[in-house]
Design a protein. Structure first.
Length: 155
């Protein structure tokens, strides 16, 4: 089983970035290391939403330059790009069909609900290798494991 572990202070930093982006979607990269099924976040790379302004409320865009920047930062930190985080403003943190179409099977996807400008709920998803659906995976912060409240998988 895959688990995403993120220090509480990084989750707080990530939440702040997504709250500042509100009412638009915010996004960024998760950087860290994989050890068996454990994906451990060591740094985040917040990014501006490159989507055209009229669509930012429900879409984000990460450019090829953003990916290159993430790979460069990961190399500097001697770690890997583990995945992407983004927000769903005033919406459940369940992957959309758009999210599925643009997702990569190995990446983890941390999706945060931001209600009225406040990050309220985090969930983590992993796309199946056949790209048919997402499966929810546990999110661990310190000793706490944040459990799901929706059935999984999501397709």
């Amino acid at each position: 089983m895959t688990i995403l572990s993120i220090p509480a202070e990084l989750l707080q930093e990530l939440s702040h970035h997504l709250e500042v982006a509100y009412p638009d979607e915010g996004a960024g990269f998760l950087l860290g290391e994989s050890q068996g099924g454990l994906r451990r976040v060591r740094a985040i790379l917040p990014l501006p939403n490159a989507r055209e302004p009229s669509a930012r409320h429900n879409r984000f865009l990460i450019t090829p330059q953003d990916y290159a920047q993430a790979e460069q930062r990961a190399a500097q930190e001697a770690c890997d790009v583990l995945g992407v985080f983004h927000s769903h403003p005033d919406s459940p943190n369940i992957p959309s069909e758009f999210d599925r179409q643009w997702a990569l099977p190995y990446f983890v996807y941390l999706i945060t609900t931001v209600n009225q400008g406040k990050a309220t709920h985090h969930r983590v998803w992993l796309l199946r290798e056949d790209r048919s659906a997402f499966d929810e995976i546990p999110l661990q912060t310190g000793e706490e494991v944040i459990s799901s409240s929706y059935p999984s998988p999501i397709s």
